[in-house]
Structure formats: structure tokens, C-alpha cells
Design a protein around this ligand. Sequence first.
Ligand code: FES
Length: 257
Amino acid sequence: MSLRRLAKEQPANFEISKAALKEIDIWVQKYPEGRQKSALIPALWITQKDAGGWLPEAALRALGDLLDMPYIRVYEVATFYTMFNLEPVGTHHVQLCGTTPCWLRGAGDLKKVCEDKIGPKGSTSHDGQLSWIEVECLGACANAPMVQISNADSDHYYEDLTPESFGKLLDDLVAGKKPEQGPKNGRFTSEPEGGANTLISKGLYSKVTKKALPNAVKKARKKPTKKAAAKKPAAKKKAAPKKPTAKKTAAKKKVKS
Ligand code: FES
């Protein structure tokens, strides 16, 4: 594993956006009271997106304050995982898997494409559009060789690549297109080439039901809008007891006497 340090050039300050804070709070709510630091990894990920693809030191400190944890604990996590970028990256950040299955299936050729189009490992292209690093297994070995490309939109896997399809993919991204993610050799997800040949009986999944996860965020009840409140029929008032008529009162008096 390479040595990972914070970037030498840092912005003077950084403020987490309101939208990102809202998103981080969803994760914080998933843990018991006082355990908000457990949300650090998703919080780092959200903040990285918020900061344009990397984590300035000021952002790490802001997270330390937000989650009430020492800055060093935040640094430890951010510098350990290669998914957290400690230096600015290109608009489209390519993470090329170089682990054995991908390597055996041609990751070395994809590496050459990166070197030709972007530059040496860890660099960013002159126009700032592309950057690339080599990473360890991204868990899509069945679709080797593959890359993950992160940008403001999301983080997409592109699989079953060849130098040609990969080169085109990078060109398309630079041209502002949105290439379809997934396998590039025509197969569906990680099914065998030519289509699935097991677990294909009709109705096999018809009884599968979706279950909510135990830690799923509960949806907050919506406050009724003024318009909706106005439409709501008013609750029926209890009818006030009827006042006896003068005729009935006179009749009662007559009975008493
Ligand atoms: S080895 Fe490349 S995804 Fe697993």
C-alpha cells in the first residue's frame, strides 16, 4: 500500500454544504445516541462529493467537529482507504482494478490506455477532465477487467473492458456523454456470455417479498400544508344540550305543584 498523505496545497477553509449536512444526518440517525462517529465513513464519502472529489484538511476537521471526534481519528480513516482522495482529482476519476483476476484478463492493457490518454499513474489530464489511480479488487472479478469511474453524478462500474472499449469510454466522458455503465461486451450483469442458463425456471422469484431493513431510516411524517388543512373537514362539534322550551318548563312546574 502506498503512503497516503494530505495534499501539500490546501484551501484556507471549507464549509460542508447544507445538502451534504442533511445527507450526513440520515446516516448519523442510523446509530444510537452518542455514537454519531460510527457514521464517519459515509460522512467522508458525502463530504468528498461535496468538495469536488477530494478531501481537503479543512473538510476533515469540519467532520471531526460535526461528529464530535478528535481530528486524528478522522485523518486515520481518510488516509487508510484509497476510496478517499487526499489530492484534487479530475472531473472523471478512474480507479483501475489491478488485482489478479483483472490483471489476468487484461488490466495491463487498460493501464496503457490510461497512461496514453491521461499520464502516469496518479496524474490528472491537462484539461482536468480525467485522472486515474490503480486500486485493489473492486469486487466485480466476474466481469474482469473493470474500472470504477467517479464524478459528480455518481460512481459507476464499467466492466468486461478491452483497450478499445475503454478508450472510447474515456473519450465519451470527456465529450460530455453519459456512457451506459456495466459490462461492455453485451452480457447482462455477471451472467454468462450468451445469457443465463441456471435459475431460470418460471415463477422462481414470484414469491419473493421486499423486507425493510431493521436500520432503515423512518420517514418523517409530513406536516399538512395550509391548503390541505383548509380542505380537511372540520371535526363535528358536540351538539349543545337543547334548552327546554317555555312550554315544557311550565308543564314541569305544574306536575311539581
Ligand atoms: S480483481 Fe478486479 S474486481 Fe476483483
